[in-house]
Design a protein around this ligand. Structure first.
Ligand code: PEP
Length: 252
């Protein structure tokens, strides 16, 4: 029911030219791969050129953030409608780097998520606990709070279409991956709460990605977990060969 999604988050890496070169090289390498959706999230500046380079490929393009207003006096911000107009169909909201470095809260995540849905962008909503929270036994409580507040006002139909990325903060960019068991435990908990709050049909359709140091050699064991529906990949998505190997996770 849930097609796996491999989503590359390029963060503040790659110029426009480098971004286009990357997808131009990636496209033929994964042409013909079936049963997996693929997405790249370049910087805002590279979205139009990457979208143009990927036209007709089936590879999706996302922005990494959006503002919740359609337009206005918000210097330095980009709206969801502008992202849609620039050629992306998706947007990442609430990445832990945005939460910790740029002061995003569950409330701002919720506003952005609703703006994305209004602009017909598919949101990828990031949630996850810090190391202190995990070691304090608070992982499930943190996830509950982030889901409850972040997805406030979202309907079951909207939930079914969006994507949640479970990203334990201690695993992002650290080379320290959650074990498949830790990932499955968190994903099963998330799916349970989605079932409780949005209904079993919507919860069964909503894709929950794992993120945190996913690499070509650990992706298959993570993907073998029943509630892991794909990955949000940072570092390993910046290189054509490693991202290709992740997309082709079924080919050992
Ligand atoms: C991310 O950027 O969401 C991420 C998980 O990064 P990395 O794969 O580098 O840990």
């Amino acid at each position: 029911m849930r097609t796996p999604l491999m989503a590359g988050n390029w963060k503040m890496f790659k110029s426009v030219r480098e971004s286009v070169a990357m997808v131009t090289a990636l496209r033929p390498k994964i042409d013909g791969v079936t049963g997996v959706d693929v997405l790249v999230a370049p910087t805002f500046l590279a979205v139009p050129a990457v979208a143009a380079a990927l036209e007709g490929s089936g590879i999706h393009v996302a922005a990494q953030n959006c503002h919740w207003e359609r337009e206005g006096a918000f210097t330095g911000e980009v709206s969801a409608a502008m992202i849609r107009d620039a050629g992306a169909g998706w947007v990442i909201v609430g990445h832990s780097e945005r939460r910790t470095l740029f002061g995003e809260t569950d409330l701002s995540v919720n506003r952005k998520l609703r703006a994305a849905i209004t602009a017909t962008l598919t949101p990828i909503v990031c949630i996850g606990e810090t190391l202190d929270e995990r070691e304090g036994g608070q992982t499930h409580d943190v996830l509950d709070r982030q889901i409850q507040r972040g997805l406030d006002g979202v309907t079951g139909a909207e939930l079914a279409a969006l994507v949640i990325a479970y990203e334990p903060v201690w695993a992002i960019g650290t080379g320290r991956t959650a074990t498949p068991e830790q990932a499955q435990d968190a994903h099963a908990h998330i799916r349970g709460r989605l079932t409780q709050w949005f209904g079993s049909d919507a919860a069964a359709r909503c894709r929950v990605l794992y993120g945190g140091s996913v690499k070509p050699d650990n992706v298959a064991t993570l993907m073998a977990q029943p509630d892991v529906d794909g990955a949000l990949i940072g570092g390993a998505s910046l290189d054509v060969d490693s991202f290709t190997r992740i997309v082709k996770f079924r080919v050992a």
